[in-house]
Design a protein around this ligand. Structure first.
Ligand SMILES: Cc1cc2nc3c(=O)[nH]c(=O)nc-3n(C[C@H](O)[C@H](O)[C@H](O)COP(=O)(O)OP(=O)(O)OC[C@H]3O[C@@H](n4cnc5c(N)ncnc54)[C@H](O)[C@@H]3O)c2cc1C
Length: 437
């Protein structure tokens, strides 16, 4: 049995960012990760400027992020007629002090994993260690129950347990035993990656179609200097009329592209061939549009939730990974202020749970893609001049409102002090020493 000040369940982007942040402020932790082997799974994710800022503050360099993907330059919505509905610059081009990056999710996770091993030591992440539950013994003492891949079981004591174990979180299920089942939004997404020629700015996020039927794509690599081709991440999305339980349990299930290609068969313009884009991938991941109803708190005594375990949301706002990183930093700041204590968790909860719960609901109504709903409501998605349907000031106001809700409003972010000032350390160093036996 080992003791650590903080036990983290889950070595995804949230859990690893938390381990790095805690180490930075002088608190050691151990990450228990269910998979036996870390592999770069997934396809594209966006890192919004607020999350990139935090990664820089964690000592991750711009050149390292540039190896995982590409700085995003534009976000654009296009109607089924191929005409632009809205576009805005992104990252530094938009005036942010930090870029926005479109990266490969698995490569980002591997970078964070390697940083944790380098900085905390090789024992900091235990693989093949699935947390099955916990026992709270006092306000400052919790035991994580662990099932190991070799069939053995163990218990790990800590002052705090952080559940960063994703949308199917075991920690959350125990904390909120009456939570409703996963919520399905009636849509299915298929995600894949195809080598292709980037369009528009060369690093544009493009959402094309209607709110019920669309394709989203953006490059997640620099163009190959020889071919000019980039890895294009795409998400093909349709509303389904039936709610099929089997689909809801699937989460990044691999399927052949032929299983859904027909739904986009006629989506061809002179500047874009969607069937070719989809068919260019060997296979795709089927991913239902699911989230969880917000809960009233992410904390119970010495146990807290972080990342998707706290706030699984639709990817419409491209901010799930970004928010997991920000959570880790806010947690680190609370621990600096209050020590390794349930008071720190309560302070973290008070800062984030309310506003991020609102963001979950906002992403349910399509997040920034809500502009497509407005266009559909007003003209059925068919227009000659977009200004006749929704004036430019209304489009800009809609998007500014979303950025503010998601924590990356331009002026507010640029002028905000860092979540964790450089050199910040925990006020009272925890006295628990790591022992094994
Ligand atoms: C395999 C995978 C692929 C993904 N691909 C994409 C993608 O392509 N695009 C995208 O936008 N989002 C993707 N996501 C989701 C995205 O990573 C998250 O929305 C976001 O990064 C928040 O991260 P998180 O760390 O909170 O959760 P997650 O990324 O889900 O990480 C949770 C981690 O906890 C581990 N875990 C789960 N249960 C337990 C347990 N009981 N005990 C110990 N460990 C446990 C999981 O193995 C995982 O490593 C993917 C998630 C996963 C797990």
């Amino acid at each position: 049995m080992s003791d650590h000040p903080i036990v983290i369940a889950g070595g995804g982007i949230g859990g690893l960012a938390a381990a790095l942040t805690l180490h930075q402020v002088g608190v050691e932790s151990v990450v228990l990760e269910a998979v036996r082997e870390m592999r770069p799974l997934g396809v594209g994710v966006n890192l919004q400027p607020n999350a990139v800022r935090e990664l820089y503050d964690l000592g991750i360099e711009e050149s390292e992020l540039a190896q995982l993907g590409i700085a995003a330059q534009e976000w654009a919505l296009v109607g089924l007629n191929g005409s632009e509905i809205y576009s805005e610059p992104r990252g530094r081009l938009a005036g942010y002090r930090w870029p926005q990056f479109a990266v490969h999710r698995g490569k980002l996770q591997m970078l964070l994993y390697e940083k944790v091993l380098q900085r905390l030591g090789p024992g900091a992440v235990q693989l093949g260690a699935r947390v099955t539950g916990y026992r709270v013994t006092s306000d400052e003492a919790v035991t994580a129950l662990v099932a190991h891949a070799d069939g053995s079981a163990s218990e790990l004591h800590g002052r705090l347990l952080i559940g960063a174990d994703g949308i199917h979180s075991v920690v959350r299920a125990q904390m909120h035993p009456d939570q409703p089942p996963i919520h399905w939004g009636g849509k299915m997404m298929w995600r894949g990656v195809t080598w292709g020629r980037p369009i528009r700015t060369g690093s544009s996020f493009v959402g094309l179609g209607t709110h019920e039927h669309r394709i989203v794509f953006y490059p997640i690599s620099q163009p190959d200097p020889r071919t000019g081709l980039s890895m294009i991440n795409w998400i093909a999305e349709v509303a389904l009329s039936d709610s099929d339980d089997r689909r809801l349990s699937g989460w990044f299930r691999q399927v052949p592209v032929d299983s859904f290609l027909h739904r986009f068969a006629h989506w061809r313009w002179d500047w874009l061939d969607v069937p070719a884009l989809i068919a260019g991938a060997q296979s795709a991941f089927e991913n239902p549009m699911i989230d969880r109803d917000p809960v009233e708190t992410w904390v119970c005594g010495p146990v807290g939730l972080l990342g998707d375990a706290a706030h699984a949301m639709y990817p419409t706002g491209s901010n799930g990974a970004s928010q997991a990183i920000v959570d880790a930093r806010v947690l680190g700041a609370a621990i600096c202020e209050h020590g390794v204590s349930s008071r720190a968790l309560a302070s973290y909860d008070a800062k984030l749970c309310g506003p991020i719960s609102k963001l979950i609901l906002r992403n349910r109504s399509e997040g920034p893609f809500g502009l497509l709903n407005i266009v559909d409501e007003r003209c059925g998605g068919v227009f000659d001049r977009i200004d006749d349907v929704i004036p430019s000031w209304e489009r800009a106001a809609f998007m500014a409102d979303y950025r503010a809700a998601a924590g990356f409003a331009l002026e507010a972010l640029n002028s905000a002090p860092p979540i964790l000032p450089a050199g910040a350390r925990v006020a009272r160093a925890p006295s628990l020493s790591a022992t094994s036996g």
